[in-house]
Design a binder for this molecule. Structure first.
Ligand code: SAH
Length: 237
């Protein structure tokens, strides 16, 4: 019996066409695709990854949605991932082609990598098909040259102070701030202290709810949802 590696397919930021050809082919030939979903405040089960699969015409009977708790307590998410790990290794042993999907790139701030590491530690062959991270799609949406010539780029996963941002701007480092909802107050404070920096705010990139704002007053009036990020540059572009 032929056995296949477990494939981690990066879906891109939200727009279905932004998946790679390689990623799409893996999904189209899969027997089982593990896809995370979360419980929204109104009790509905939501999954951006499943929305992308649907738009790509992936047969629903191959998609296995699993609940991913979004709470700060990592243990709950880890036990959901442990189940994916067990089920995916069993299916693989039965000769099934198994894919596990993640938004953006599966190796960039993607907690699903925990399953990848666990399978690999067990000697199970794994493969990662790369994808377009949200910040790259965001830069393209606004026509930004995210970093040019000798400029550096730093990615911050949510926790930062206005003073730290000042330092990056002094050294002309462009910063990308992900998980913005974790540092709303500091961002508002930084805009107040430094309206001269170039703030590019993005929300739900690649979906019909996509939003791009460059106006500091508008950005300071926002409370940031989960799918939002900010690119701050020292220069006018
Ligand atoms: N693996 C993903 C990142 C996951 S971390 C990637 O490669 O992009 C989750 C964070 O990514 C969110 O808090 C948000 O800051 C950002 N993000 C992901 N998708 C997004 C989207 N469509 N629009 C804006 N931000 C997004």
């Amino acid at each position: 019996m032929q056995m296949f590696p477990v494939i981690f397919v990066s879906l891109g930021p939200g727009e279905p066409e932004l998946i790679t050809v390689k990623g799409l082919k893996a999904l189209q030939t899969a027997d089982c695709i593990f896809c995370p979903e979360t419980l929204a405040k109104d009790g509905n089960r939501v999954s951006r990854a499943a929305d992308i699969l649907l738009q790509l015409d992936i047969p629903e009977n191959t998609v296995h949605r699993f609940p991913l708790p979004m709470s700060k307590q990592r243990e709950k998410a880890l036990s959901a991932y442990d189940e994916v790990y067990m089920e995916s290794s069993t299916l693989r042993q039965q000769g099934k082609k198994v894919c596990i999907v993640a938004e953006g790139d599966a190796g960039f701030y993607s907690s699903i990598h925990y399953v990848y590491d666990k399978l690999q530690a067990d000697g199970i062959p794994v493969k990662h098909i790369p994808g377009i991270p949200a910040f790259i799609a965001a830069g393209a949406c606004a026509g930004l040259h995210i970093a040019s010539q000798e400029e550096r780029l730093t990615v911050i996963p949510g926790i930062i102070t206005a003073e730290e941002i000042e330092k990056y701007m002094e050294e002309k480092t462009t910063i990308v701030i992900m998980k913005l909802s974790q540092c709303t107050e500091e961002i508002h404070r930084c805009i107040h202290l430094h309206p001269e920096y170039n703030y590019h705010y993005f929300e739900n990139i690649g979906t019909e709810k996509e939003k791009y704002l460059h106006d500091t007053e508008l950005i300071s009036a926002l409370s940031f949802p989960y799918f939002s990020l900010l690119i701050i540059r020292h220069s006018t572009f």
